[in-house]
Ligand binder design. Structure first.
Ligand SMILES: Cc1cc2nc3c(=O)[nH]c(=O)nc-3n(C[C@H](O)[C@H](O)[C@H](O)COP(=O)(O)OP(=O)(O)OC[C@H]3O[C@@H](n4cnc5c(N)ncnc54)[C@H](O)[C@@H]3O)c2cc1C
Length: 398
């Protein structure tokens, strides 16, 4: 008999109470505020290591993955309960990264047994960090136009070309990559999905500096890189289907991660308005601010319900489909509106970049506001999500 959600919640609470280090409670700010791991990462502080090891033993660094690959074998519902309990204690996830959210689930759907056995346990242990090699200088929204070339030579593919906007490539160990293996067919039909060890001879990474001084972005260059044929996911020239499936996981992940941020919206905005309008209690006097906060809160509540509905559909055994574009579009647009409003309410304090004149909260607000501008670009722009929704969800003609 399967355990009820209530029983599982009690069990998870008791386990977290016994195993989560006190110093980590209250530390979590977002779903990606955890240990990214990988071979290039510094050894984490002792409590983070202890937390990771305890979760690993239970399979709870990847709670819903099969136990055979290092996961916890939980149902999607149980995974959600565990996530709620982590949030309740504001505990950072033990491991975070594109391994867990993107390539792992994709390998569970499309990988060979050898690929899943090689890569999934290492992701669960936080030993290998992954990055995403999709975009190229001439292929962003029109991803299928990508030109990085892979030519078969015996038992391997020889890869030449360039990727761009590859987040955290400099800190990553492996890259999942789209390459062109056929130029004689329709562009989507000549793409292969490849797993490439970034320590392979011929792979080089260059950071792209940003005006802020901090940048996750890199360019990745491939010069005669030999990649064994075993690293092809699914089949040569069939990578477009795998690529689209991964993007659905990516868009769901972005939508879900933002859902967590948005659920705190109303209280935070009201608190911000009280502080900046100098009204510690009672009704906020500015009707325009009241109206905008209420709209944002209602939209966030609608989003939370949509997210729950789509998560329930996933529980019924369906992987995320094109509906993931709805999540990605709504969450990123809503988050952007929320930060616009927050910065407007904060007035002068919402414009601080550095310096003693601004407190930490104000500086972080400015940075989060600017970061939210990128949310409607990464993982496919809003216009592209609208195109997907029009074609694949609503069935509208081209
Ligand atoms: C924070 C961040 C992290 C990223 N991380 C990664 C990563 O790790 N790996 C990776 O591979 N990529 C990454 N990217 C790149 C991202 O996927 C691309 O920036 C995105 O797909 C858009 O491509 P582009 O920048 O080439 O813009 P373009 O495709 O040139 O688009 C320019 C503008 O034209 C519009 N447009 C284009 N085509 C259409 C159309 N058919 N209909 C309507 N409007 C259209 C777009 O919406 C956009 O407004 C990241 C981007 C950001 C911002």
């Amino acid at each position: 008999m399967t355990q009820s959600a209530g029983d599982f919640r009690q069990e998870a609470r008791a386990w977290l109470e016994a195993n989560a280090p006190a110093s980590l409670r209250g530390r979590r700010r977002g779903r990606f505020d955890g240990h990214w791991g990988g071979r290039k990462a510094a050894e984490p502080e002792a409590d983070v290591r202890r937390w990771l090891d305890a979760c690993l033993e239970r399979g709870w660094t990847a709670p819903t993955w099969p136990a055979a690959y290092g996961g916890g074998g939980l149902t999607k519902d149980q995974g959600e309960v565990l996530e709620e309990e982590l949030r309740r204690l504001a505990l950072p996830p033990p491991v975070v990264g594109f391994g867990l959210t993107m390539i792992g689930p994709t390998l569970l759907d499309f990988g060979t047994e050898a690929q899943t056995r090689e890569h999934l346990p290492a992701i669960c242990r936080g030993e290998v960090r992954w990055c995403q090699g999709y975009s190229e200088p001439g292929a962003g929204s029109d991803l299928a136009s990508l030109q990085t070339r892979a030519v078969r030579q015996g038992d391997h593919l020889l890869v030449n070309g360039q990727k761009v906007w590859t987040s955290h490539a400099d800190a990553s160990d492996w890259i999942f990559c789209l390459v062109r293996t056929n130029t004689a067919v329709k562009k989507q039909a000549g793409i292969t999905f490849l797993l490439i060890d970034m320590a392979s001879p011929g792979v080089s990474v260059r950071q792209i500096p940003l005006i802020s001084g901090a940048s996750p972005f890199c360019e990745v260059f491939f010069e005669d890189v030999r990649v064994p044929l075993e690293n092809v996911v699914d089949r040569v020239d069939k990578g477009w289907t795998v690529a689209k499936a991964l993007m659905q996981y990516e868009r769901t992940m972005i939508g879900e991660a933002m859902g967590g941020v948005l659920s705190a919206v109303e209280g935070e905005l009201v608190g911000l308005a009280r502080r900046h309008l100098g009204q510690p209690e009672g009704q906020l006097s500015d009707p325009a601010v009241r109206d905008q906060i209420a709209r944002n809160a209602m939209d966030s509540a609608c989003f939370a319900l949509t997210l729950t509905r789509l998560q329930q559909a996933a529980e019924a055994g369906q992987p995320p489909g094109s509906e993931s574009s709805i999540l990605k579009l709504c969450a990123s647009e809503l988050k952007q509106r929320r930060y616009e409003l927050a910065v407007e309410i904060a007035g002068y304090d919402g414009l601080g970049w550095e310096g003693a004149g601004f407190d930490e909260g104000s500086l972080s607000l400015t940075r989060e506001w600017l970061r939210s501008r990128a949310n409607t670009i990464e993982g496919g722009t809003s216009e592209i999500q609208l195109n997907v929704i029009a074609k694949r969800v609503l069935g509208l003609p081209d």
